[in-house]
Design a protein around this ligand. Structure first.
Ligand SMILES: Nc1ncnc2c1ncn2[C@@H]1O[C@H](COP(=O)(O)OP(=O)(O)O)[C@@H](O)[C@H]1O
Ligand SMILES: [Mg+2]
Length: 353
């Protein structure tokens, strides 16, 4: 049905880079990046706006020439063997250019025909992908009338038309609502189940956590942490408790009680009724963090301190940066001017005390 280009004899990593560098004027967008990404896995490149994620991906996809260092994709040098690399990779929104004026079906059929599929095979593949991506009902509508989530899905559908060996997903869910996000995650899982290696860039810790087996945290062009999800979380802590008090006057008492109960430093937020504490040691997991947090809240109740709102969440990207570097992200990274999207607020499990 579709021509498949599986990895053949190559038994090494899907991606390997050494000292990769790209500068734009005075900006060292990518500043000596070493990566090793095993075939058949999802690898997360996690970092804030302007960290160098897209520049890294563009070099690996042969769209941008590195200034220094090396990168190999399935053993092929991205500069000297760019054609061999291109035949193996797909990048959402780049190679797969979806035409806004065509319908979902027309787009996929056109791309299938362009890449050598027969007419019937093209329609079959289009229908199969539209169905798999929950777009069957929208198949006959022009893409310009799609919602943001549908648009993201048709982009990914187009990019995996030919089952690439390696798929670059550059912030595939930035700006999407939670439901669309979940749909994209399901698609990524399905793509990986077919043997495709995925390099996913994201600003969201929970997205990397959901999808990636290994994660590199990148900031200012440098990898500042790398490892499995477990290793990364252990370095950060299991989660954060956010507490909002009824009465700002009670915050010093609350701080003292929380510090005793949780055994960690309490962060006083700019909002005079808010406090944040990291909980868990990374080995106990979420339930242990929840247990500690509920004991701490009981202490507050016993002292007659009213809690208006309480949430227990994964550490945010800010908290990851704080833990890894000892400094909040925003004081170290100049505000990005290059992208319009802002991270969504971290989803949290709300609970009432
Ligand atoms: N074409 C370009 N010209 C000049 N500066 C660029 C260009 N592309 C990226 N940059 C700069 O390089 C840095 C990294 O950008 P980018 O790789 O897009 O980060 P990310 O994808 O992580 O948000 C940023 O400071 C950005 O402004
Ligand atoms: Mg980017």
């Amino acid at each position: 049905m579709t021509s498949s280009n599986r990895t053949g004899h190559w038994a090494g990593p899907a991606i390997e880079t050494a000292g990769l560098v790209k500068t734009f004027g005075d900006t060292r967008a990518v500043d000596g990046v070493d990566l090793r990404i095993e075939a058949g896995t999802v690898y997360g490149l996690l970092g804030p706006n302007g960290a160098g994620k897209t520049t890294t991906v563009r070099m690996l996809a042969t769209l941008l020439r590195p200034d220094d260092g090396q990168a190999h994709v399935f053993g092929h040098d991205v500069v000297r063997e760019a054609d061999a690399v291109r035949s193996r990779v797909s990048l959402t929104g780049q190679y797969a250019s979806v035409d806004e004026d065509l319908t979902g079906t027309e787009n996929l059929v056109l791309l299938a025909r362009l890449t050598g599929h027969g007419k019937k095979a093209s329609y079959d593949r289009a229908a199969q992908l539209l169905d798999a991506f929950g777009l069957s009902e929208a198949a006959g509508r022009q893409v310009k009338n799609y919602s943001g989530g549908m648009r993201r899905r048709i982009d990914i559908a187009a990019s995996i038309l030919n089952t690439p060996d390696l798929l670059f997903l550059d912030e595939p869910t930035t700006g999407l609502d939670p439901r669309s996000r979940n749909q994209v995650w399901e698609i990524v899982r399905a793509v990986v189940a077919q043997g495709t290696t995925v390099l996913l860039t994201t600003q969201y810790l929970d997205e990397a956590d959901q999808l990636a087996s290994r994660i590199a945290v990148i900031d200012k062009g440098k990898v500042i942490a790398e490892g499995t999800k477990g290793e990364l979380k252990a370095s950060v802590g299991a989660g954060a408790v956010h507490v909002r008090l009824r009465d700002a006057d009670r915050r010093p008492d609350a701080e003292r009680l929380l510090r005793q109960a949780l055994g960690t430093d309490i962060q006083l937020e700019p909002d005079p009724v808010a406090l944040t504490a990291r909980v868990g040691d990374g080995s106990g997991g979420g339930s242990r963090a929840a247990e500690k947090a509920s004991l701490a809240l009981a202490e507050l109740a016993r002292a007659g301190i009213t809690v208006d709102n309480f949430s227990l969440g994964q550490p945010s990207l800010d908290e990851v940066f704080l833990a890894l570097t000892g400094k909040p992200e925003q004081t170290r990274t100049p505000p990005g001017t290059q992208h319009g999207t802002q991270p969504e607020t971290q989803q949290k499990k709300e609970a009432t005390a």
